[in-house]
Design a protein. Sequence first.
Length: 204
Amino acid sequence: MNQQYFSSKPDSRRRPREVEVVLDGDRLSFTTDAGVFSPGRLDLGSATLLALAPPADAEARVLVDLGAGWGPLSVALARRHPTATVWAVETNDRARELCSANAQRHAPGRVRTVGPDNGPDEPIDLLWSNPPVRIGKDELYRLLDSWLDRLAPNGLAVLVMSKNLGGDSLHRHLEERGHPVERLGSKAGYRVLAVRPTNSIIGA
C-alpha cells in the first residue's frame, strides 16, 4: 500500500492507469494514479461497504463520501441516488483531481469534490466512509466525530473498517459517544457499521 495516500500533496512519480470497477452490475472505467489509496483496484473494504450499505431514504438530498479517493464510492452514491447531491471529501490533491474527472465521466454534474475543510452547509442525510486509518487512531476519531456531528436528525453514516485495523474499537468508541451503532455485516475481516446521530434510535 502506498503510505502517501493520506498526504495532501503526494510526491510520488505519476503513473496514471485505467481500472475497471463493477458498480451495481455495470462495468465502469476509472482513472487512477500513484500516490493515492488503492490505485490498482477497488479495495476490499469499499467493495464490502457497497455490498452491505442500505439505500438512503427517498428524501435524502445531501450525501457525503468522506475519504473519497479516486471516486468509486462517490460515483456509486450518485448513481444510486440520482436526485441527491454528493460531496466527495478528500485531502489528497491528486486523488481529488481524479475523483472529479471520474465523477464527471460517470455522474456528470452530480458530485462536488472538495477538501476536508469544506463540504455542505446543510445537515448530512447519508455519509459513507472507508476512512484513512493510517492517519492514526486519535486523528481518525477526531475526523469521524466531526463529520458524524453534522448528520441530520434522521441521517445515517455507513463506515467500513478492517477488524485488524480497529473496526471493533471504532464500534465501541462510537457507542461511548452516544451514537446508536449497528453492525450491518462482516466480510473478509471488514466490519460495516451503520451509525446514527447521538439523539436518534436505529430504525426510527
